[in-house]
Design a protein around this ligand. Structure first.
Ligand code: PDD
Length: 286
């Protein structure tokens, strides 16, 4: 079904939304994106996503063509025009369309701002009950993964490999088997000593908004959290594993490269954190 999208000031049908072939997002992947979840018509943890958008564009010296307040208004207008209850709002900002293909920043070119919504019932996803399998792939990305760049080819290939293997996500690894993160999610394990482990924020990973909220919610409930890298071997010895993202909230991981994590069933802590996150989302959505 078609929906309404926003492109550079206009609300248009998504199927008819257009940008120039000279857009630097298309030519150079010179752009930034964000994804916020929508639950019951409300944006979840959206200030966190918009703060990361501002940080990412700042890191690549890309001025936002609209204020954050206006971007928020457009998000709400899209939700309302599309009567969106549960799903996602996508935002993409690129350095705009120049008259040719020069690598250096063009002068006097207005950045492109494009936004659209999609329907997704994240709360009732069947995979949340069964858990997902992940495969591991080498992390072949650049070294500024803290920037939410639209240059996603490494993740496209990783997630395609996961799909071909019948897995729900790819965990990217480097430095002797250390997990950086998922193709589009943050990675967690629960050790045998009941410590929740997730990699510390640095330029090696995207600072996940859901990760941040889940760490806070877990700590508030007296769960011990260690922010450090973990290896696949450690994950395979763990009691539980899971991923977090705006598009999945908290999803149990029950298999890594075909080997079961614990008994191969979603762990109680992951399932509880999922419930807690959904409660938090319902209580704080805007
Ligand atoms: N991806 N790590 C990577 C590489 C990601 O692409 C994402 C999100 C995350 C989780 O971040 P957050 O909790 O803020 O959604 C971690 C989005 C959902 C996407 O690309 O569709």
């Amino acid at each position: 079904m078609d929906s309404i999208a926003y492109v550079n000031g206009d609300f248009v049908l998504l199927s008819e939304a257009k940008v120039s072939v000279l857009d630097r997002g298309f030519l150079f992947a010179d752009g930034i994106y964000e994804v916020s979840a929508v639950l019951g018509g409300k944006l979840i943890d959206n200030d966190s996503h918009l703060a990361r958008l501002e940080r990412s564009v700042g890191e690549i010296k890309l001025p936002l063509p609209e204020t954050v307040a206006r971007i928020k208004e457009i998000q709400h207008e899209l939700i309302s025009r599309n009567q969106l209850k549960d799903g996602l709002v996508y935002i993409q900002v690129t350095r705009g369309a120049d008259v040719g293909r020069d690598f250096a920043f063009p002068k006097g070119v207005k950045p492109t701002l494009m936004m659209f919504t999609s329907v997704k019932d994240i709360v009732n996803a069947a995979s949340a009950k069964t858990g997902i399998g992940v495969i591991t792939v080498p992390d072949i990305r650049w070294t500024r993964r803290d920037i939410k760049s639209v240059a996603l080819l490494a993740q496209v290939l990783a997630k395609q490999a996961a799909a071909e293997a019948g897995a729900g996500e790819a965990w990217m690894i480097e430095d002797g088997g250390k997990v950086t993160e998922g193709g589009s999610s943050s990675a967690f394990i629960l050790t045998k000593d009941d410590v929740l482990v997730t990699r510390e924020n640095s330029s090696a990973i995207l600072p996940g908004c859901t990760r941040k909220a889940v760490v806070k919610l877990a700590e508030e409930r007296q769960l011990r959290v260690e922010e450090r890298a973990f290896t696949i071997e450690e994950a395979l010895r763990a009691k539980e594993a899971f991923i977090t993202s705006a598009s999945s909230f908290v999803q149990p991981v029950v298999k890594i490269d075909g080997e079961l994590v614990a008994d191969g069933k979603p762990g109680p802590v992951a399932l509880r954190l999922r419930e807690i996150y959904i409660e938090f989302a319902r209580a704080t959505g805007t």
